[in-house]
Design a protein around this ligand. Structure first.
Ligand code: MF3
Ligand code: CO
Length: 250
């Protein structure tokens, strides 16, 4: 396991690329409404990449065929944008986007509500967003890696939800996926000690039902086995002497 701690200058570049990620997610968010296809959202991301002089982190990554992941309802992550997946009132959609600029990678995701959604759907989305906020609060020098996962797991399980275990967050820097793996579960006080310069993409995936996930025949689309709703939020976060720095917020 090789962990690359980043210098303040490198963290500056990671902040710059993640600002682009946030701006593009903002543009996609503004376009999410009933009647829009997930392929149209991919096209917005594609135009954003070109406008900012960036390059996609997802396209062709292990053969992934798009620049955006669009994960609707029971899709956990890695939904492939399609012209025949049309958003409708009541859906929830995870949008996950990553790109490179000046040799550094940014990565972030959010789950959005399409129009008015059920109380159950909104509560899941709100709890998943809050679990990420709590995880980030634990990104403090001297804490341990599993404190992060524990923050997610304890918050969502208390509400009757389950944490996906077959996908995890990751270190991020010159590559999208660096060590360490960042699970969304854990035992407090265990794991790697958090140091200044460690940069993590923390990405809770939370199911309304059971935690089991299966991957569809397209080799990408990950869905809940029980068909329950799933939500996903992701921020790239730098650990500094002054506390957590959320790189992927506008
Ligand atoms: N944000 C995701 C991740 O952290 C999506 C990458 S999957 C890809 O792993 F294939 F689309 F690149
Ligand atoms: Co990621």
């Amino acid at each position: 396991m090789k962990i690359y701690l980043k210098t303040p200058e490198e963290i500056g570049k990671l902040r710059a690329v993640n600002r682009i990620v946030a701006a593009i997610l903002d543009e996609i968010e503004a376009a999410v409404k009933p009647g829009v296809s997930t392929l149209e959202l991919n096209e917005i991301a594609d135009r954003g990449i070109k406008k900012h002089g960036a390059s996609s982190a997802f396209l062709n990554y292990h053969g992934y065929p798009a620049v955006l992941c669009t994960s609707v309802n029971e899709v956990v992550v890695h939904g492939i944008p399609r012209s025949d997946v049309i958003l409708k009132e009541g859906d929830i959609i995870g949008i996950d986007f990553g790109c490179f600029k000046e040799g550094f990678c940014g990565d972030s995701a959010r789950t959005l509500c399409v129009g008015k959604v059920s109380r159950e759907a909104r509560a899941l989305v709100d709890a998943t967003r809050e679990s990420l906020a709590r995880a980030i609060d634990h990104c403090v020098v001297g804490n341990r890696l599993q404190d992060i996962g524990w923050a997610v797991q304890s918050y969502v399980e208390e509400r009757g939800y389950s944490v996906v275990r077959s996908f995890v967050g990751h270190g991020i820097g010159r590559a999208m996926h660096e060590d360490p793996a960042v699970p969304n579960y854990g035992t407090p006080g265990r794991g790697l000690r958090l140091k200044p310069g460690l940069v993590l993409a923390i990405e809770p995936m939370v199911n309304a039902g059971l935690s089991d996930v299966e991957v569809k025949d397209d080799k990408w689309t990950a869905v809940t086995k029980d068909g329950s709703l799933s939500a996903h939020f992701e921020h790239s976060v730098a650990i500094t002497e002054d506390g957590p720095l959320i790189l992927s917020q506008s």
